[in-house]
Design a protein around this ligand. Structure first.
Ligand SMILES: [Zn+2]
Length: 140
């Protein structure tokens, strides 16, 4: 069974709240999902993010050279996650949402994977490279 890919699912990253958490600034805001406005409230002191009716704890881990790294606590499994996804089952981490990356769905027999890899290499060589047609142009 082919899983849905993360690139197609709305998500929110902890990086959006990092500066507010560092400075201990609480606040609220809103964003739009599928034409409906969702309100969020960040309580920086308690390290809790409220999105709609969902309460998401924010965890920290200490870094080797000092400081903290912030994480969401997945409301479903309780594990750390840097990004949460808005699915039909609610707000969850990638594992709970049963999502994977597009590259994880590539197979050895999938010619489009090789085509995309070739384009990526071509763009590394020439930044302005643009492949206009799938089919090569033969001289008339
Ligand atoms: Zn989870």
């Amino acid at each position: 069974m082919v899983k849905n890919i993360v690139e197609r699912v709305l998500n929110i990253g902890i990086g959006s709240f990092k500066e507010y958490l560092k400075e201990g600034r609480s606040g609220k805001g809103s964003f739009t999902i599928n034409d409906s406005e969702v309100e969020f409230i960040l309580n920086a002191r308690e390290r809790i993010l409220y999105i709609g009716n969902c309460e998401i704890d924010i965890l920290t881990t200490s870094c080797h050279y000092g400081g903290f790294r912030y994480w969401f606590e997945c409301p479903s499994c309780g594990k750390r996650a840097g990004r949460l996804y808005f699915t039909n089952h609610g707000i969850q981490c990638r594992t709970c949402s049963n999502l994977n990356y597009r590259s994880q769905q590539n197979t050895k027999t999938d010619c489009w994977s090789y085509y995309n890899m070739a384009q990526k290499v071509a763009r590394q060589i020439d930044k302005d490279y643009k492949f206009d047609s799938v089919y090569p142009v033969f001289p008339v």
